[in-house]
Unconditional design. Structure first.
Length: 106
């Protein structure tokens, strides 16, 4: 299969070399859509680049979300500390922060 892909990209395809009907079908589809191997390679490259962009965006989004959640927990802990109604241990349990972190916010 990889050899067929390479052959289609370098425009050196000997279809008789490939006996599997699935590969023959792929070659027919390539001929039918009038897309050159170079255009097809460019489409794959663009698709790959778009996937990388989407993954990078998602990673940044996830990181930002986690940082925002952490800041919100810390702000809640500070507010609870200022009220003086709960112990540091109770605030840690309520906010999901470590006791050490709560102590640094006091």
């Amino acid at each position: 299969m990889m050899e067929a892909i390479e052959d289609s990209l370098d425009e050196q395809v000997d279809e008789a070399h490939y006996a599997r009907p699935e590969i023959q079908q792929i070659f027919k589809l390539i001929e039918k859509d009038n897309v050159t191997p170079q255009e097809r390679a460019n489409m794959f490259e663009e698709y790959s680049q778009e996937e990388v962009k989407q993954e990078t965006f998602q990673e940044g989004f996830d990181t930002g979300l986690k940082e925002g959640e952490q800041k919100a927990r810390e702000e809640s802990a500070r507010h609870l500390l200022s009220l003086g109604a709960l112990t540091e241990e109770q605030i840690a349990q309520t906010t999901g922060l470590s006791l050490e972190k709560v102590k640094t916010l006091a």
